[in-house]
Design a protein around this ligand. Sequence first.
Ligand code: HEM
Length: 319
Amino acid sequence: MASTFVLLNILVLLSSLLTCSANLSFNFYAGSCPLAEVLVRNTVRSASSSDPTIPGKLLRLLFHDCFVQGCDASVLIQGNTTERSDPGNASLGGFSVIERAKNAIEVFCPATVSCADIVALAARDAVEAAGGPVVEIPTGRRDGKVSVADDVRPNIIDTDFSLDKMIDAFSSKGLSIQDLVVLSGAHTIGASHCNAFNGRFKQDSKGNLELIDASLDNSYAETLMKQCASSSSLTVSNDPETSSMFDNQYYRNLEARKGLFQTDSALMEDDRTRKLVEDLASDEESFSQRWRESFVKLSMVGVKVGEDGEIRRSCSSVN
Ligand code: HEM
C-alpha cells in the first residue's frame, strides 16, 4: 500500500515536470518571431564588445531574476518598491542591454517575445561572448506581473551563507548541490565591490594585513586589501587570473584558496563539494558540459507559461 502511494506521488511529480517543460520549447519563436534569438545575440555581442563589463552583468541579472519569483523578468520592473529597488539588487546592471534587445524585437514582432526570455537568452549569449560554452535553451517564458522588494532578501544568497544554507537555497529552487558548484563557476567573469568581501581581512595599525577568514590565501588577501584601500565602493575582478574569459579558472582559483567570497571558498572547504571543484578545475570540457545542463535548469526556475503572466510591451513596467 505504502509503495503504491510512493509510486503515485512519483508519477504525479513526473507528469507535473513534463507539463511544465512541455510549455517551454526550443525555438518557441520560430513561427511568431524568427529573428528573436538573432536580435538578442547581436545586441549582446555589440554591447559586450564596446563594454567588457556587460557579460558579467547580464549573467548575474538572470540569477537574481530567477531566484525571486522565478525567471519572469520581475527584476526589471522599475518603481519604489519593486525588486529592482531593493539594496540587494543595487549593484545589478545590464538593464539597458535588455531594453535595447526588446526595442529591436518590438520593431519586427510587437508584443510577442517576453522580457523573461530576453533576460535568459542575453545571459546565455553573454557567456558565449566571453568565450564560454554555447548553450541551447528552451523559450516560451512569460513575464511576471508581481515584483516586490521584500521578496529579494529572503531569496538571494548572501556572501556570509554557510554551505548548508546555500544548498537549502538552491534546493528550494529545484537546483542540486552539483548545480550550486557548477553555477558558482559564473564567478569566472565579472567584478565585485570591495564591500562584498572586505570583511574577510583587515589592515592593522601598522598597515599590515590581518586575515580574518583563514580560508583565504594570504598574498591574495594582501592584493585585495591594496586594491580596496582607497574605497570600499571600488570593484575588483572576480577571477584574478583570466577575468574576462569564461573558463574553468574559477575552480583552480578555489584550489589556490583564491575564492573572492567566503561562499566561494566554502565549496573547497567541504567534503560534499570539494571533489567536484577539483574535477572541474582539471577538466574544462566537463565544466562546459555541466554548465550547459545547470544553466538550462537555472533558466527554467519557476517559469510562467501558458495563460500565466503576460508579454510585456516595455521590460521595465507591467502592461
Ligand atoms: C552561490 C552563491 C552566490 C553568491 C553568494 C553570490 C554573490 C555575489 C556577489 C556579492 C557579487 C558582487 C556584486 C557586486 O559587488 O557588484 C557577485 C557577482 C557576480 N555573480 Fe554571484 N553569487 C552567487 C552565485 C552566482 C550565480 C549562481 C551566478 C550566475 C549563474 C552568479 C553570477 C555572478 C556574476 C557574473 C557576478 C559579476 C557581476 C558583475 O560583473 O557585475 N553568482 N555574486
